[in-house]
Design a protein around this ligand. Structure first.
Ligand code: ADP
Ligand code: ZN
Ligand code: ZN
Length: 730
């Protein structure tokens, strides 16, 4: 009986490939290979590292055309069965090449075909043969030998914390006295210490979630800002660790702050593997290994951590589940939140989605009873919710966007020794540069977008591509020196605030001024010393940080957020403003938020000031239902980026014509159309939208459209991709 290895090979092709086992392999042994094992295979004249998905007795490919695998890279699979299943599901659901999906589940080191790092040490028999008094002239090596003398393997990081130098170990290795090895879970009994006495609502949530350990269930924890959601996570994790199970915790891209990590480290005397983009490849590989070997009790990471193999997973937690950073916006366009739910199902464990402002998707699932809904309606520790109010700025004199009323309130709070947070979601000095005499406007050469003025660096910059050029002194059209910088940005507001409030420091927080975690950590430290100050910043300031001294939050330009053409615009605004407001009054004193607007009667603004988020979400959900939009309907998007205008649309028209009759009539095709900003970074973007009433028709439409696009030969300079459940349709 022949045996074939079915392999996910990292390539842009949407299929698996069959290979014969390496020439010297006994078929029976090959048939027993486990999915999740890496196999090196010849592919397009190269040798690539693929992942075994199954062994089969039949292949649709004739024997003569099958190639032979080069080698099998390990005896025991590197991916758990659940992660193998998850990758196959995701490849199908997102219509993405399986080889690339499996790559997302391996660290860089493993993708490159290298062996997992052996980051533990043990003594060799030669080393054991030496007496205690050996190596008298090398006390550090002597100490290392002594630490390993009882024969057990010890983790490198563990040895380091005991003061054993790694170069001493390397010297001993050269002498053949110690060797590197892999340790399997010898995890000490993990403990959680110092939990707070939970409120009744917290206790109910913890009890219900903990009681569901061991089988799949989905929980939505909807708790107002500062209600103690994190405390619920910590207590649920404690329960999970006590049963010897691992906890996987996902946080948004910029939510994984040193503050968050510190909170976990303080609570748990257990190994925590961190996974985020700020780590080096080596550090990240090490985290993946710790998770996979079961050595990490808690895996705390951003989006991609959802694919980390964990042999004994007990719970998955997704914090701030509404956050847009869970959706990958290029390449493999998955939603880590949705993948997390699927994963919990495959693992047979509970998943907990938490937010003060749940997505309409999760709200919908909770209303349908698919998710269990737990609510925390009060802030923890008896703190009150911030008071909200609008400032009508019509006909008011504005200084750098700030009205006299807002300035006065800032001054009052500062004089009382409190901190003030001002939110302005536009970095740079000004949104655009215009000639007062002829009307010329500075535009990007590569995008349909205006250039932003960065005065400090004397540059014009495009926020959509990397284009930048020097700030002109005169209009290139008419030579006039009368150039207007329109639309307020953080740089300009900062300059004004520094002059106006010269008694208090102003901290600007945006991606120009705070470039890494160390900058942010310094800032958080300074601010949390509690002296009155002004924090001025973009969204960067609003996520994951806890500034107990902030009494007043001011939104300088609410109007810039009000009119979005996208169908998720209102949901995003409600989430953003609720989250921003949530920065106020987290300490001992009650806080307030003031919204500056020219549209005080805007229905959504009025609703935000007077009704809880959950009510607004329920209304928005009804509107979506009426229009058949997500989460009632299911969207997918076929997009093209083309060198020449019109190319994308004609390609998508062919896709539509070829596929239309095979898409179920319930699905509605819209387009092709140019996207809202048709030209970006020199490419023209077009799209074909498909809206389906249910998941099954969406899924079959996705398969049809992708097959059709693949069957066409795209013109040179055109690339296309599919986005399933896109975040926006612009
Ligand atoms: P969230 O994650 O909902 O924003 P946190 O878990 O960060 O809320 O809690 C907000 C604040 O309230 C923190 O300072 C936390 O220590 C405190 N807190 C949470 N739960 C309790 C509790 N049961 N008793 C007292 N303080 C609490
Ligand atoms: Zn001009
Ligand atoms: Zn540009």
């Amino acid at each position: 009986m022949p045996v074939y290895l079915r392999i996910a090979v990292p390539s842009p092709l949407r299929r698996l490939f069959d290979y014969l086992p390496p020439a010297d392999w006994d078929p029976e042994v090959a048939a027993a290979l486990q999915p999740g094992t890496r196999v090196k295979v010849p592919f397009a004249r190269r040798s690539l590292v693929g992942v075994l998905v199954a062994t089969t007795a039949h292949s649709p490919v004739p024997m003569a055309q099958l190639k032979t695998a080069d080698s099998v890279l390990e005896n025991t699979p590197l991916l758990t069965p659940a992660v193998v299943e998850l990758c196959l599901w995701a490849a199908h659901y997102y219509q993405h090449p399986p080889g690339e999906v499996f790559s997302a589940a391996l660290s860089k080191r493993l993708r490159e075909g290298r062996a997992p790092a052996r980051d533990a040490w043990r003594i060799t028999s030669q080393g054991l043969g030496l007496g205690d008094g050996a190596l008298p002239r090398a006390p550090r090596q002597q100490a290392a030998l002594r630490a390993l003398r009882d024969g057990a393997a010890i983790d490198a990081s563990d040895l380091k914390s005991r003061g054993i130098a790694s170069n001493a170990l390397r010297e001993l290795e050269k002498k053949g006295l110690v060797e590197r090895c892999e340790v399997k879970s010898s995890r000490p009994e993990p403990t959680g210490t110092g939990g707070l006495a939970p409120s009744a609502a917290q206790a109910d949530a913890v009890a219900a979630i903990s009681a569901s350990t061991g089988s799949f269930s989905c929980h939505l924890l909807e708790g107002v800002t500062g209600s103690g959601k994190t405390e619920v996570y910590l207590q649920v994790i404690t329960h999970c660790l006590r049963q010897g199970l691992q906890a996987l915790v996902l946080v948004p891209e910029i939510g994984l702050t040193p503050q968050t990590v510190a909170r976990f480290r303080e609570r748990f005397d257990a190994p925590i593997a961190l996974m985020h983009s700020g780590l080096s490849d080596a550090e990240r590989s090490q985290s993946w290994d710790q998770a996979r070997r079961g050595n990490a009790a808690i895996i705390l990471g951003t989006r991609s951590a959802v694919f980390a193999s964990c042999p004994s997973l007990g719970i998955i937690i997704v914090d701030e589940e509404h956050d847009a950073s869970y959706k990958q916006q290029d390449g493999f366009r998955y939603s880590a939140r949705d993948v997390a739910v699927k994963r919990a199902q495959l693992e047979g464990c509970p998943v907990l989605l938490g937010s003060a402002t749940p997505s309409l998707e999760s709200t919908h699932n909770a209303l349908l009873g698919r998710y269990r809904h737990h609510r925390l309606d009060q802030r923890a520790g008896g703190r009150s919710m911030p008071a909200l109010d609008a400032i009508d700025v019509r006909r008011q004199p504005l200084s750098a966007g700030l009205s006299p009323a807002l300035l006065e309130r800032c001054e009052q709070r500062l004089a009382q020794g409190q901190q003030v947070l001002l939110f302005l979601n536009r970095r740079g000095f000004a949104a655009s540069l215009q000639c007062h005499d002829c009307g010329w406007i500075a535009e990007c050469e590569h995008c349909d977008a205006r250039l932003t003025v960065h005065r400090r660096r004397r540059q014009l910059r495009c926020h959509h591509c990397s284009a930048q050029r020097p700030l002109p002194q005169a209009c290139p059209g008419c030579g006039s020196h009368s150039l207007l910088a329109n639309g307020l940005g953080t740089e300009q507001a900062e300059t004004f605030l520094q002059q106006h409030f010269s008694r208090w420091p102003v901290h600007r927080v945006d991606s120009d001024s705070v470039t890494d975690q160390a900058d942010m950590a310094r800032l958080v430290h300074t601010v949390n010393e509690g002296e009155p100050c002004i924090l001025l910043g973009t969204q960067m300031l609003t996520k994951g940080h806890h500034f107990p001294g902030v009494g007043l939050v001011g939104v300088i330009d609410s109007d810039a957020l009000l009119f979005s053409a996208d169908f998720r615009g209102e949901e995003r605004l409600a989430q953003l403003l609720t989250q921003v407001a949530g920065r106020a009054g987290r300490g001992d004193r009650p806080g307030e938020m003031l919204l500056q607007t020219h549209y005080p009667d805007h229905p959504l603004l009025k609703a935000l000031l007077t009704r809880p988020y959950a009510d607004i979400a329920a209304d928005l959900l009804l509107q979506r239902q009426r229009r058949g939009l997500p989460p009632s309907g299911h969207l997918l998007l076929l997009r093209t980026d083309a060198r020449n205008e019109g190319q994308g649309e004609s390609f998508l028209r062919s896709v539509r014509q070829g596929g239309e009759h095979r898409v179920t009539p319930a699905s509605q095709l819209i387009g092709p159309l140019p996207s809202a900003m048709p030209r970006r970074a020199g490419k023209h973007r077009s799209q074909l939208i498909c809206l389906s009433p249910d998941r099954a028709s969406a899924s079959s439409a996705a398969a049809v459209l992708v097959a059709q696009a693949e069957s066409l030969r795209p013109p040179a300079g055109l690339s296309w991709f599919i986005d399933v459940d896109p975040l926006d349709t612009l």
